[in-house]
Design a protein around this ligand. Structure first.
Ligand code: SME
Length: 168
């Protein structure tokens, strides 16, 4: 099953995400959670959506916001799993079938495919968005493009508002 995002619906999603980011008196964690909830709600193939942020000193990723079932994997060392590999490569990673991956961390046995896209701010990988699907082969270039655009909005917001994410 492929997702049903169209270019037009993506523009609406990005508009809503910009609006969430601009709401005054809400924390960055709240804004990121709202983005996760929206993306999950608007796409049947998105079963879990989360944002991890990097601690470059400790070389660990930290879960800061998500929508979907809670995971035990709130801290992931760089290099481990799909997320940890993206923390090192700084490149998008689309996994059509997670059972093909040797370096994979299972959060939920129902997950069949996954996409991870880094948040690049001034060429530094500050974190990533991670989407899991219970459908095999759920993600394509449209998802890559959408999630890159989401991360651009998040990265620009963090940069222009001098936001520091509490990573501990
Ligand atoms: N599957 C990920 C771990 C995070 S969970 O999907 C929430 C990975 O292999 O890095």
């Amino acid at each position: 099953m492929r997702n049903n995002f169209s270019l037009e619906s993506n523009q609406k999603l990005l508009y809503l995400i910009s609006a969430f980011l601009e709401v005054e008196n809400s924390s960055i964690e709240t804004k990121l959670t709202e983005i996760c909830v929206l993306l999950k709600k608007e796409n049947k193939a998105y079963d879990w959506v989360g944002f991890y942020f990097s601690n470059h000193k400790r070389k660990t990723l930290h879960l800061k916001a998500f929508a979907g079932i809670p995971t035990d994997h709130i801290t992931i060392p760089f290099g481990e799993g799909i997320c940890g590999q993206v923390a090192v490569s700084n490149k998008n990673f689309v996994v059509d079938d997670v059972s093909d991956q040797e370096n994979y961390i299972a959060c939920d046995i129902n997950v069949k495919s996954e996409i991870v896209v880094p948040i690049l701010v001034n060429q530094t990988n500050i974190g990533q968005i991670d989407v899991d699907s219970n459908t095999i082969n759920a993600f394509n270039q449209k998802d890559v493009l959408l999630l890159e655009q989401v991360n651009n909005l998040v990265g620009n917001y963090i940069l222009s508002n001098n936001i520091s994410i509490n990573i501990s």
